[in-house]
Write a protein that binds this ligand. Sequence first.
Ligand code: PMV
Length: 311
Amino acid sequence: MNWSAEAPANIALIKYMGKSADNIPLNPSLSFTLDKFKTRVEFDLLEGANQDEWDASQNINEADQVRFLKHLSFLKETFGIKENFRVRSQNDFPSHCGLASSASSFAALTLCAAKAASELKGADFTDPTKVNLLSRKGSGSSCRSFFKPFALWDVEGARPIELCGIKFLHQVVVVDAARKEISSSEAHKRVLTSRLWNGRPERARNRLEKLVEALKHNSWKDAYEITWDEFWDMHELFETSAPSFGYMKDSSQRVLKLVRELWNTEGDGPLVTMDAGPNVHLLYREDQRELCNQFRIQKLGDYVVLGEGER
Ligand code: PMV
């Protein structure tokens, strides 16, 4: 017997940064689901084995293997699964560089375990309103990957949220695909030492309310300014932590400058945000498709751009 599940990554517009035990967020967050950035997880049932194992074809570092299998143990215990599995996990995009691969990996792993449990136990365990809560324990941001196009996550769990009829086009400018040196788990701890931490959950909450209003009323420029302030807030927390750290590169700054110039000259442009990494995410409205293509070709020509109009 075997099972498989796919789950997408997501990019936060209002960030989850700072958490208490079991990945309970210190502030609510809002994300856009990245349908083109997926992880696929597969399980083969292992007859007669006494533990789960990775498929030999997998090239995954040891710390990641341990974290993944630990979450699988938690899921098996929760679902009452006694059987063991051979596990495979494959991303269709670069991992660990701020493209939210832990969100898609843990969401896909949780869903795959829920599918296996459903068949082995003869009951449906795949309800996303419940599964997201389990996924959160493996990686907080993964709980938002169960809903689209937008997900809102607060202490009660993640859920879909209606924001606007606009279809978003997503691009990520990959200025560096190397593995990041400071993991997001470490970032969550360090930001609490920042001199700028004071008031952070309230700032995020206020921006969330304003962003929801802006998107509901199609106030695109307001949405751009709010998301701009929000990712800078998170990166400033990184830079002012003790010890200080950061992900921003000269090349990230060059891309941000291009976006700012576009807004300053045209009075319009994409929303822009960055995760805990050096890469820059751009979100366009569907009616900006031409701008999206032109900007990529004329201004971002030297960079690798994934997502809409990929190259
Ligand atoms: O899910 P984690 O623990 O890897 O946290 C990641 C949090 C950020 O990606 C930096 C921001 C977010 O809200 O996705």
